[in-house]
Design a protein around this ligand. Structure first.
Ligand code: SF4
Ligand code: SF4
Length: 233
């Protein structure tokens, strides 16, 4: 498996990645039910009362169930992981659940890096079906980087730069947004570079070779694809 299909995280990085996952994806109650006992130990569980739309959490050694919510459970899990980080094997099990991917313990790719978790992104055989959904529905407006901007400048792509909104300080561009209708502050209703292919059911990116990093990196994992409605296979 090529290295780029595997991602190495130290324990601290894995905890931060779990926090990001929690923030990024709502509606993960079922996942929280599964990892709750992994985080808090035997005897801990979460009970979902679908009828009353309530959530109850049980901690080991406590007799009472505590009323909670998805955000409350996430906060408690993050507090627990941050205060008492699990060993790498335990962390690998939690990561496998959270990221929906194979995770194993091991040494990092660089010398002197502490052992941590290898996560298979499982994207080696991902096939984009060119449905165009991500380009039409995901919010990427604030995700244009200065590296993207500089790349288009270096290439002299004024056609692309016309659609980039910039914030300048002391004559320097410090932030940018895509895709902004030229001469306005308004976002374009749809990406100006998205076009239907000859096969009318598919879409193509007309700046594919120089598209922004946010587009190149999507989807970052099978879970990311699943949670954002990607129709790739
Ligand atoms: S730049 Fe290309 S990949 Fe990015 S949203 Fe537009 S059409 Fe899609
Ligand atoms: S949503 Fe997924 S399958 Fe559809 S164009 Fe985007 S990456 Fe490809």
């Amino acid at each position: 498996m090529p290295e780029k299909e595997r991602l190495f995280l130290t324990i601290d990085e894995a905890i931060a990645a779990i926090g990001n996952d929690f923030k990024q994806y709502t509606s993960q109650l079922n996942l929280l039910c599964v990892i709750w006992p992994l985080v808090f130990g035997e005897g801990a569980y979460v009970r979902l009362d679908v009828h009353n739309q309530s959530v109850w959490a049980k901690f080991p050694g406590k007799t009472k169930l505590i009323p909670s919510s998805e955000s409350g459970l996430k906060q408690r899990i993050m507090d627990q992981l941050t205060r008492w980080p699990p060993d790498s094997q335990h962390m690998a099990r939690i990561c496998a659940m959270v990221f929906g991917a194979h995770a194993t313990t091991g040494s990092g790719p660089e010398p002197n890096v502490l052992p941590g978790i290898w996560i298979d992104t499982d994207m080696a055989d991902f096939v984009c079906t060119q449905c165009g959904r991500c380009c039409r529905t995901l919010n990427y407006h604030d995700r244009c980087s200065l590296i993207d901007y500089q790349q288009w400048r270096d290439l002299g792509r004024t056609d692309i730069l016309e659609w980039v909104g910039t914030i300048q300080q002391h004559g320097r561009v410090v932030a940018c947004r895509i895709w902004v209708k030229p001469g306005t502050n308004d976002y374009a209703e749809t990406c100006p570079w998205l076009a239907r292919s000859d096969d009318k059911n598919r879409y193509v990116c007309t700046i594919h070779e120089v598209r922004p990093a946010i587009c190149r990196q999507y989807p970052g994992s099978r879970k990311h694809a699943r949670m954002t409605g990607c129709r790739g296979v």
